[in-house]
Design a protein around this ligand. Structure first.
Ligand SMILES: NC(=O)c1ccc[n+]([C@@H]2O[C@H](COP(=O)([O-])OP(=O)(O)OC[C@H]3O[C@@H](n4cnc5c(N)ncnc54)[C@H](O)[C@@H]3O)[C@@H](O)[C@H]2O)c1
Length: 279
């Protein structure tokens, strides 16, 4: 399926395009006829991406380092001539670690890691790409999460970091207007290899390995959807398409099975699961 050329011939840089949602976005943008630069820390994913053909150029690096973003920007411009769209997807999770469970000896490093990757990584990506985006009148799409809007989508580390990404998106959409649009996608629970924080001893954990994860996600949202990465790509395609979104900035597309429409659970519907799924 394609969107009939909405972003064909565009040059897109995707930070965190190695696996999961970012990888699906890379593949859809290539299908749409775009050229795609990628920055990702996974050497395996970078090798795989570089074997996809001339429309993808992946660079290995860490979203926490401005210098790595600059290398990815320079490599993308050298290969494809410019950058029209910047998308950030790099992120890590806390696997719902509560404040009480956070070990006082690791709380500093866990906070730093979560915010450095999820928040600073997005800010540095925009900082590095800004000179190129100014030349093209380009646009930015950040990745938030349902956790940037509601409690319960993570522990305090992840939730606070995603609220911060939402704040970053709004601030940048204001600062960079009228020349550069800044929007975001907020996916809900999605079956991916999303990793935990190293400082929490969770870097080997992947969301997809949680037993019955699809069923667990499905009962949390009104549409009873357990999203896969491909479900979200159209939101990125739409926001990236300059010709269709010239009056859209500071906007979030919620691709989460309708959490906003859930409202109060019915008091007369029996069990808690019935309250949610029976509507
Ligand atoms: N999976 C979900 O349920 C879900 C829900 C809402 C939001 N999100 C968000 O979507 C985004 C993508 O997550 P995903 O679920 O696709 O997970 P994922 O682990 O499959 O994708 C994250 C990508 O970012 C890369 N990455 C991580 N840290 C990096 C760093 N420091 N430098 C460079 N690259 C780095 C990883 O190598 C990977 O390719 C994240 O921001 C996540 O918070 C995920």
């Amino acid at each position: 399926m394609t969107s009939a050329g909405w972003i064909s011939d565009k040059v897109v840089l995707i930070v965190g395009g190695g696996t999961g949602i970012g990888r699906a976005v890379v593949e859809q943008f290539v299908t749409e006829g775009a050229s795609v630069g990628v920055l990702d820390r996974s050497p395996t994913a970078v090798t795989e991406l570089n074997s996809l053909g001339s429309a993808v150029l992946a660079v290995e690096g860490d979203a926490r380092n401005l210098a790595d973003h600059r290398v990815a920007v320079a490599a993308t411009v050298e290969r494809y001539g410019r950058i029209d769209v910047l998308i950030t997807c790099a992120g890590i999770f806390d696997y719902f670690t509560s404040l009480e469970e956070l070990d006082e000896n690791t709380i500093d490093s866990a906070f730093a890691e979560m915010f450095d990757i999820n928040v600073k990584g997005s800010m540095l990506a925009v900082k590095a790409a800004l000179p190129e985006l100014k030349k093209t009148g380009g646009n930015v799409v950040l990745t938030i999460s349902n956790a940037g809007f509601y409690p319960g989508g993570g522990g305090p580390l992840y939730t606070a970091s995603k609220f911060a990404v939402r704040g970053l998106m709004l601030q940048l959409s204001s600062e960079l207007a009228p020349h550069i649009r800044v929007n975001a996608v907020a996916p809900g629970g999605t079956v991916t290899a999303l990793r935990g924080a190293d400082a929490l001893g969770m870097s080997g954990q992947q969301l997809a390995d949680v037993p019955d994860i699809a069923d667990l996600i499905r009962v949390t949202n009104p549409l009873n959807v357990a999203s896969v990465p491909a479900d979200h790509v159209w939101a990125y395609v739409y926001l990236a398409s300059k010709e269709r979104t010239r009056s859209v900035t500071g906007c979030v597309i919620h691709s989460d099975g309708g959490l906003e429409s859930r409202g109060l659970v019915r008091l007369d519907a029996g069990s808690a699961a019935g309250d949610v799924t029976g509507r």
